[in-house]
Design a protein around this ligand. Sequence first.
Ligand code: SF4
Length: 94
Amino acid sequence: MTPEQLCTCPLADRCAFYQRNKNFRPDISQQLKQEYCRGDFGRCARLRVHDRVGNEWVPLQMLPYHREWAEDILTDVTNSGIPVCPQAPAPDAF
Ligand code: SF4
């Protein structure tokens, strides 16, 4: 495993932001990829929602820095009483 692979988010191969961000401005998306996906991915809002309640709760439009939105989703899901299965295998993209 290369040093770059060690620092890349484990979900990069199926994350919609990482894989399909052509709709975002390239200068911004590249900066975010560098900062989060190939850097401090533990701070990523998408990863947090994915890991806590499952990929089906990650909005496609969510960006890595949308941490407040992520917390709102986690609170809503927790308060809803809906069973969550964060360990379920992710589909091709989330
Ligand atoms: S956006 Fe977040 S979940 Fe997606 S690859 Fe980057 S760090 Fe991982």
